[in-house]
Design a protein around this ligand. Structure first.
Ligand SMILES: NC(=O)c1ccc[n+]([C@@H]2O[C@H](COP(=O)([O-])OP(=O)(O)OC[C@H]3O[C@@H](n4cnc5c(N)ncnc54)[C@H](O)[C@@H]3O)[C@@H](O)[C@H]2O)c1
Length: 290
């Protein structure tokens, strides 16, 4: 029996943005090891399809439409899940959107959405669920989706990159808050390098009208999608690793340790040497600068 089966089987998992990508992969893995999975997503049909797949494979799952950019929706979700299923053992704050383009060309609505989904969606997930977890008094796990982008600079992905820096920092402080409070809650920062998902699909994160990226972003998005298809890690393999390491109580949960190491080394050098931000070879390639 694996560590995650031993600790998580029979428990309740709540995952945001679980209608596709990493959230979906984690939901399937949680279902396969015997958790009751609450599959939430802004897209109700996608969430239902994932929950139906889990049930068809013999697992337990329920789909609920939740837009994480609305704090009150997370309050309702937390109450609903604790009332219906009892204590939540695993909360994965996963929902996130990419936004590409020059800062000054991105519509205000898209800026707001990026910060609301990527930062506030996670902050309010924690704010809504932790009081219920503390009252339940049982050991619990919270995993927040950070990114390898949390350690670097990427021009024209500024909104996304700054949101991930924020979530990395939020998760580090939250980890310590649990110690200060003596709470039986483990906190992990999940740091995917590149995992094959739909995040660079042209329509991803478009949401409401007026949230479109500038036209200049389309080429960058296509390059990123191509790189992800060519070099990304298999989704199920990544999610299997993530869940095992979350269960082990690790704070750092990455998919491709060598990529993480490279980024951290570059970040450490940038900070200790206090150089100006510089366009490196990889960044130039991704931006099509030759
Ligand atoms: N795929 C990667 O290589 C990678 C790398 C680093 C970090 N991440 C992070 O992993 C997380 C998942 O990304 P992914 O690659 O699986 O993306 P994805 O686009 O494949 O899936 C994201 C899901 O989130 C949902 N979503 C979007 N806005 C939402 C909202 N307001 N409320 C609820 N759900 C919403 C979407 O409908 C979609 O189902 C994100 O936080 C992302 O930043 C991914």
């Amino acid at each position: 029996m694996t560590k995650e089966e031993e600790l998580f089987s029979g428990g309740v998992a709540v995952i945001t943005g679980a209608g596709a990508g990493i959230g979906m992969g984690l939901a399937r893995r949680c279902g396969a090891i015997g958790m009751t999975v609450v599959v939430t997503d802004i897209d109700a049909a996608r969430a239902e399809a994932v929950a139906a797949d889990i049930r068809a494979a013999g697992g337990k799952a329920e789909a609920i439409r939740v837009d994480v950019s609305r704090p009150e929706a997370l309050d309702v979700l937390a109450r609903q899940v604790f009332d219906r299923h009892g204590a939540v053992r695993l909360l994965v704050n996963n929902a996130g959107i990419e936004t590409l383009g020059y800062t000054w060309e991105i519509p205000a609505a898209r800026w707001e959405a990026t910060l609301n989904v990527n930062i506030h969606g996670i902050v309010h997930g924690v704010r809504a669920f932790v009081p219920h977890m503390l009252r339940a008094g049982q050991e619990a796990w919270i995993a927040n989706l950070s990114s390898i982008g949390a350690f670097g600079q990427m021009p024209t992905q500024t909104a996304y990159i700054m949101s991930k820096h924020a979530i990395q920092s939020f998760s580090e402080c939250l980890y310590l808050e649990m110690q200060v409070a003596g709470a039986p809650i483990h906190v992990s920062a999940v740091v995917p390098g590149m995992v094959k998902t739909s995040i660079f699909d042209p329509e991803a994160g478009q949401g409401e009208k007026g949230m479109g990226e500038p036209e200049s972003a389309a080429r960058h998005r296509a390059t990123m999608a191509h790189m992800m298809a060519a070099h990304g890690m298999d989704l199920d393999e990544a999610c299997r690793r993530f869940l095992a390491r979350i269960a082990a109580g690790e704070f750092w949960v990455d998919s491709q340790p060598e990529m993480t190491r490279q980024s951290l080394d570059a970040r450490a050098a940038f900070l200790t040497e206090q150089t100006a931000p510089a366009l490196n070879e990889t960044t130039r390639q991704l931006l099509g600068l030759g």
